[in-house]
Design a protein. Structure first.
Length: 108
């Protein structure tokens, strides 16, 4: 979301429906991987959903990688699936941050 749009929404005026529509589409397309990653962290660490989400957010912020991309790396690493992001350097950075912020797991 750009700054102008954010300020527009905060001013109490209605947001541009096209922008809102695009944001909703993006959220719906990324939500499954985020939920899967949360579930994996919940299982591995016996965390609540809120704790797992917070861990994903912390890793996202510390690596400057979008939350849904962090989730994609978690799911890929946890399922030993190929594909991931297709950017091995970003995956390496995210996995290192996971080891630091989430703890070492045989998964990553």
């Amino acid at each position: 979301m750009d700054v102008e749009h954010d300020l527009y929404r905060r001013s109490g005026e209605r947001a541009d429906p096209a922008v809102e529509n695009e944001q909703l589409r993006e959220a719906l397309s990324t939500q499954p991987s985020i939920e899967q990653a949360k579930g994996m962290l919940m299982l591995l660490r016996r965390w609540t959903a809120a704790e797992a989400f917070e861990a994903l957010v912390v890793v996202s912020q510390h690596t400057n990688v979008k939350l849904h991309d962090v989730a994609t790396v978690v799911v890929s690493a946890g399922s030993r699936a190929e594909g991931g992001l297709g950017d091995s350097e970003v995956e390496r950075v995210v996995l290192a941050a996971l080891r630091t912020h989430v703890g070492s797991a045989s998964v990553w």
